[in-house]
Design a protein around this ligand. Structure first.
Ligand code: THU
Length: 160
């Protein structure tokens, strides 16, 4: 038996103002999208904004449903729309923010496992990492240089 240690490196910024202005802009976009979330069941609003290599920014939010599993996370709302609308573009960077109803979500909220799997598909497709920045309602912002970094032992097309 061998034990393998898999680690990941992330960067942590104290607040929005520590980000490069263009990244801060993207996060502001995600915040605006978060406010438009349809989350009447969880009251947990998530916004995401994706920068494409054509300069376009696609933003979106979580969309819930009375049939709970039919709802969709913000990140997948955005990545699937971008994939459908701009199949030839590369996706450079995604900013994500989440806030509970009380708005006290101060810890950075990373994308769920299903969203990591969905986003990494495009990273593999485009042979280029997608940077991820994520935060809570405010406060610290975490950055991962790629989605694969947050998804060790990825399941991808190479095994099919
Ligand atoms: N949610 C997201 O939008 N993104 C995630 O990465 C995790 C969870 C949404 C789904 C649901 O509408 C609410 O947050 C509570 O789980």
């Amino acid at each position: 038996m061998t034990e393998v240690n898999i680690s990941c490196v992330i960067q942590v910024f104290d607040n929005l103002d520590e980000l490069d202005p263009d990244v801060k802009d993207l996060m502001q976009n995600a915040i605006a999208a978060r406010d438009m979330a349809y989350a009447p069941y969880s009251n947990f609003k998530v916004g995401a904004a994706l920068l494409l290599d054509n300069g376009e920014v696609i933003s979106g939010s979580n969309q819930e449903n009375a049939s709970y599993p039919s709802g969709l996370c913000a990140e997948r709302t955005v990545i699937y729309y971008a994939g459908a609308k701009y199949p030839k573009s590369k996706f450079l960077r995604m900013a994500i923010t989440a806030a509970s109803k009380k708005g006290t979500t101060l810890e950075p909220i990373p994308p769920c496992g299903a969203c990591r799997q969905a986003i990494v598909e495009y990273e593999i497709k485009q042979h280029k990492p997608i940077e991820l920045y994520f935060m809570g309602a405010s406060g610290k912002v975490m950055k991962s240089n790629s989605v694969a970094n947050l998804l060790p032992l990825v399941f991808d097309k190479s095994v099919l």
